[in-house]
Design a protein around this ligand. Structure first.
Ligand code: MN
Ligand code: MN
Length: 497
């Protein structure tokens, strides 16, 4: 089988478009470091493109027709976008799906504490991370704090050049004899991921009070005893000045700058992510190094594809969901019914709703379940089987299956459907490759594919190859990102299976 390098397939015009799209994508990565921020960015873009929020149409008189564009956001963390096609919805949808949550550290609900003169926020990591990768680097804090009166304070600290950043300490190499002999899984324990947020006590000087104290002398003591007593008093006063005062200093800043009190952490969602922007990588600027490309590298082109696709026969859908990294659970994960409910509402607004129509619509649908693929890494070649690996620059990746230990937990795309997908790619000159997640029994992983497959629809895992997946900074090929966009547009416009 001949593998094409995507770069060699582009003409000058396309090379320009690759770079233009990469710039837009990097910008998205910078502005959408959390699922909530991703939703904000996406809603801005789809609104600008003329998409209308579904809830504004429900209960109204307007019926949806061919070419109409609607979207529905669930709890500010998931979104489903529809572009109505000319065929009845019963014939099925062409669905692009991806996730917008990424591995990170979450701030605990009672997080703030002080230890030996340093103030910390306690964390609990989210998703699969190598914990040792999160120490000794600049980190930023993003998220929301919702107060009891319902007002929301949005936080993003550490991204602007003059913002402060935060960090987690690591033990100096000079004293790391014991640490270095530990297994990588235990080098940094989960409970040691404490974010350093301050080191300066809140001191409100009260000189007159301290002067008054020191003038009280006890005349019955010897000179030596008096000296010892004075020292003790000084020590106590100094201790009092500092103990707890670092935490108090942070509390004062939080209250002054954000209007937040310590109890407000109880109803907060604060995420700690690597601070800084996505960058071009390599002398040839062929790659992008950035945080959270799993799975924004699929989510962004999916969203752009539905904006770009035109004159759809089958209704086009783009689902971007939360919670994939912890098993697609919760009200905003793929296992929630919000997607099915949104499809029912759209059917209703098209005047086509019945329970049977909904079932037929979902069962007759075709889906690309997009998530990142493990890019073949020559430095760790032993973990891959190269014939069936995804290569950076090799184009859009299709995985017939994922899973682990004999495909456990996987969706397994039908050969008939894969043939139809191949045809769409070849007809539109989309460069693609097929891959498994590493060599047999090296490990494994899952995606949202199996959840949509529960409806009986055709689903295939698809995506973009990534190096350093789940690391603070992940790498992709600009050509693959652009090829994903092209492949997704082709799928929305031409898939008819
Ligand atoms: Mn992942
Ligand atoms: Mn993923």
């Amino acid at each position: 089988m001949v593998r094409k390098n995507t770069w060699t397939t582009y003409n000058q015009r396309q090379l320009k478009e690759v770079n233009k799209f990469a710039e837009e994508y990097k910008n998205f990565l910078d502005n959408a470091k959390t699922e909530r921020e991703a939703i904000d960015e996406i809603v801005n873009e789809v609104e600008e493109a003329g998409y209308v929020e579904l809830s504004k149409l429900i209960g109204g008189r307007k019926k949806l027709k061919k070419g109409d564009k609607v979207y529905s956001v669930w709890m500010n963390k998931s979104i489903v976008i529809f572009q109505i096609g000319s065929e009845p919805l019963e014939n099925g949808l062409n669905i692009l799906g991806a996730h917008i949550d990424s591995p990170r550290l979450d701030v605990k609900q009672n997080p703030l504490f002080e230890k030996e003169g340093i103030a910390y926020l306690d964390t609990h990591y989210y998703g699969g991370i190598k914990k040792y990768q999160y120490v000794a680097m600049p980190l930023a804090l993003h998220g929301v704090i919702v107060k009891k009166d319902g007002t929301t304070c949005q936080l993003s600290v550490g991204e602007d050049e003059d913002d402060p950043v935060f960090f987690i300490s690591d033990l100096l190499i000079h004293l790391a004899g014991d640490q270095m002999s530990k297994k990588a899984a235990n080098v940094i324990e989960g409970e040691a991921l404490d974010l350093i947020v301050g080191n300066k006590p809140l001191v409100i000087e009260n000189e007159t009070a301290s002067k008054a104290k020191s003038s009280k002398k006890n005349t019955k003591l010897t000179v030596g005893q008096q000296y010892a007593m004075d020292e003790e008093e000084k020590e106590g006063a100094e201790k009092k000045k500092v103990s707890g005062a670092i935490k108090r200093g942070i509390l004062a800043i939080l209250k002054d700058e954000y209007g937040i009190e310590e109890d407000d952490f109880l109803s907060a969602e604060l995420e700690i992510v690597p601070a800084g922007k996505a960058r071009d990588a390599g002398f040839d600027r062929s790659m992008i190094l950035g945080y959270g490309q799993d799975d924004r590298v699929c989510a962004y082109p999916s969203m752009k594809a539905i904006l770009k696709a035109k004159n759809l026969k089958r209704t086009g859908v783009c689902i971007l969901v939360d919670k994939e990294e912890i098993g697609s659970v919760g009200a905003t994960g793929m296992r929630s019914h919000f997607f099915e409910n949104a499809v029912a509402e759209v059917l209703n607004l098209c005047g086509q709703y019945s329970d049977l129509a909904l079932r037929r619509c979902l069962a007759n649908s075709c889906m690309l379940s997009s998530d990142v693929s493990a890019g073949f890494d020559p430095s760790y070649a032993g973990s891959f089987e190269s014939k069936n690996s995804a290569f950076l620059g090799g184009g859009l990746v299709f995985n017939k299956f994922t899973g682990s230990r004999g495909k456990g937990g996987s969706n397994d795309a039908n050969a008939e459907y894969i043939a139809a997908v191949r045809k769409v790619c070849d007809d539109n000159k989309v460069n693609f490759q097929t891959a498994e997640l590493g060599k047999v029994d090296a490990g494994g992983g899952g995606t949202i594919a199996y959840i949509l497959a529960l409806y009986g629809m055709n689903v295939i895992d698809c995506g973009v190859a990534v190096l350093n997946m789940h690391a603070p900074w992940e790498a992709t090929s600009k050509a693959d990102v652009y090829e994903a966009l092209r492949g997704y547009v082709a799928f929305l416009e031409d898939m008819d299976f």
